[in-house]
Design a protein around this ligand. Structure first.
Ligand code: PAF
Length: 288
């Protein structure tokens, strides 16, 4: 497995692979790899001849009061995991290799970036779209792999790729969960033991909504109220956002069952922001 810090060296290593007709898969990450990332890597390994993992804690997607400085990092452990999962190349640049300062060019998927999570994290999705665009330009993969946990991010990446005509297939991979249902996340490692135990309230709230839908509930407002009531019973949970939206457009949904929908939750436990989602399996009515 090769490790590259420079864009030029990574490109020089990948161009003969491309010329030889070998397909390239990219798994973009911010490191501190866990089972969720490795599911993306395994999917890429099965689908592509060469697998590149990028490890870059992207400063432009963190707000001034967010956790850039304390975001967990462990490159040696990440490299061991990548080796064990058959990764061919890791791209681990530092900030100066990725960005000239000041940064003058940004990519923004306008209508999808300021809603939902974007309401609470101004500039976050502009930073994500810009760095993903850069990584796609640098690696020029045939396929890039993203987790469904970051559902809004996935929708934004798909729209950016379509709008800017990137020649890449975006592959989404279901959320990997810990034994009690908490979505795998690098940030879980920053939870105190008490907050880690309490964080199970999020997947519980999502399961409760799913059970109510299975029992016939179709009113999104009532589902949101039920989930909020469940989360409010956990004093360590500070809910940031809870939305039910159309799984394709992310527009708010009032009545379930017309089109596929998704519940998106973000909540703080201590200083740690957790994100989760669940696509709702309400039987979708066929149009009359
Ligand atoms: O999901 C992440 O880890 C990041 O947002 C990404 C896609 C690697 C961009 O920095």
């Amino acid at each position: 497995m090769d490790v590259f810090e420079s864009i030029a060296e990574l490109r020089a290593a990948l161009s003969p692979e491309r010329r030889a007709g070998r397909s390239i898969g990219l798994v973009p990450t911010m490191g501190y790899l866990h089972a969720g990332h490795m599911a993306l890597v395994d999917r890429a390994r099965a689908a592509c001849d060469r697998v590149v993992v990028s490890i870059f804690v992207n400063p432009t997607q963190f707000g001034p009061n967010e956790d850039l400085a304390t975001y967990p990092r462990d490159l040696p452990a990440d490299l061991d995991l990548c080796r064990a999962h058959g990764v061919d190349a890791v791209f681990a640049p530092d900030v100066s290799a990725m960005y000239q300062t000041p940064i003058e060019t940004h990519v923004e998927v306008a209508s999808l970036s300021d809603i939902l999570i974007g309401r609470h994290r101004p500039g976050h999705f502009r930073g994500v779209a810009t760095v993903v665009a850069k990584l796609l330009n640098i690696v020029q993969p045939d396929r890039a792999f993203f987790g469904e946990k970051d559902f809004q991010q996935l929708a934004i990446v798909r729209r950016m790729v379509a709008d800017l005509s990137f020649d890449v297939e975006i592959v989404s991979v279901p959320t990997v969960r810990e034994a009690d249902g908490l979505a795998a996340s690098s940030r879980n490692a920053k939870l105190t033991p008490q907050d880690r135990a309490a964080a199970v309230a999020i997947p519980q709230a999502l399961a409760l909504a799913q059970a109510r839908v299975a029992a016939g509930e179709r009113d999104a407002g009532r589902l949101v109220q039920a989930m909020k009531a469940h989360l409010a019973r956990e004093p360590r949970c500070r809910l940031q956002s809870l939305d039910i939206c159309d799984a394709a457009s992310l527009a708010p949904v009032e009545t379930l069952g017309k089109r596929p929908a998704v519940i998106l939750v973000t909540a703080h436990f201590g200083a740690v922001l957790l994100i989760d989602q669940r696509e709702i399996a309400a039987p979708v009515e066929s149009p009359a």
